[in-house]
Design a protein around this ligand. Structure first.
Ligand SMILES: Nc1nc2c(ncn2[C@@H]2O[C@H](COP(=O)(O)OP(=O)(O)O)[C@@H](O)[C@H]2O)c(=O)[nH]1
Ligand SMILES: [Mg+2]
Length: 256
């Protein structure tokens, strides 16, 4: 049976976690959740355990004792998800800025399309409901442009919290190594996927609403820019290794 596991990293999310959004996300029978409690110091852990008790067959909680950052929390959650029987895995932020119905749509789309990866893209099209402050929008455009140059792939939105990938051994391999970046890990993940030859599509989200309480401040954003430099170096190494392993280039659908 088809199943999608979404990993939801949670760091002190007691107040933002919305029970009704979680129930909505679990409505289709193929949906499963792995919550990663990233060393929270509030009541997040207790709340997650309650949710797990309510859905013991469909919800897992990975409790990390020490806070290690979103990159590590997502990677460990994805590896746990990939250890079970699953057709697709993804991740999304605990604030449900990408609402449950859009996460469900991404899960259906990855099953329907002949691609390895779908990235949610926050594009404010007429008729869509994408609400983002102008400041965050323009910072995001600047970041996405830099990231595209580093990736050698014109990605519109690397930082959207919602992504879904077909579950396979290539993905398991890609996730075996910890990410070198704490906040720029989405870029690092996309980079690893492209080097491995994965086909990636972006899906414009019909609804995305910036939720208050983001813990990524200006300092985090500046650090992410420094992360990009390190990611560029790491990807250069990966590309050289990949070229050494196979004579032809990968089958990514992006222009090179
Ligand atoms: N800030 C922060 N978020 C974490 C950490 N570990 C996991 N997360 C989760 O990563 C997601 C980040 O989302 P959010 O704070 O809304 O940031 P945004 O991307 O600026 O909207 C949330 O689900 C957090 O709970 C951590 O160490 N720090
Ligand atoms: Mg948010």
């Amino acid at each position: 049976m088809r199943s999608t596991v979404y990993v939801i990293p949670c760091y002190n999310e007691e107040r933002r976690l919305d029970r009704s959004a979680i129930e909505a996300l679990l409505t289709p029978s193929e949906m499963r959740l792995v919550f990663v409690d990233d060393g929270s110091t509030d009541g997040t852990r207790g709340l997650l355990e309650e949710i797990r008790e309510k859905h013991p067959d469909r919800v897992e909680v990975l409790a990390l004792e020490i806070n290690s950052g979103k990159a590590s929390a997502v990677r460990q959650g994805l590896l746990l998800a990939l250890a079970g029987e699953v057709t697709a895995v993804g991740y999304a932020d605990a604030d449900f800025a990408t609402p449950p119905e859009e996460l469900i749509r991404l899960s259906h789309e990855i099953a329907r399309r002949d691609v390895d990866v779908l990235l949610g893209a926050r594009v404010a099209l007429l008729g869509h409901d994408v609400q983002r402050s102008p400041m965050r929008h323009y910072l995001g455009r600047f970041f996405a442009t830099l990231a595209s140059l580093i990736l050698d792939l014109m990605v519109y939105d690397t930082q959207c919290g919602a992504k879904v990938m077909k579950a396979n051994d290539v993905l398991r391999q890609i996730l075996a190594e910890p990410f070198i970046s704490r906040w720029g890990f989405d870029v690092e993940l996309i980079g690893r996927l492209t080097v491995a030859g994965a086909t990636i599509h972006e899906v414009p989200l019909r609804r995305w609403i910036d939720v208050e309480g983001s813990k990524v401040g200006l300092r985090g954003m500046v650090r992410t820019l420094f992360d990009l430099v390190r990611i560029r170096r790491a990807l250069g190494r990966l590309r050289r290794e990949a070229r050494g392993r196979r004579p032809a280039s990968g089958k990514s659908d992006s222009p090179r």
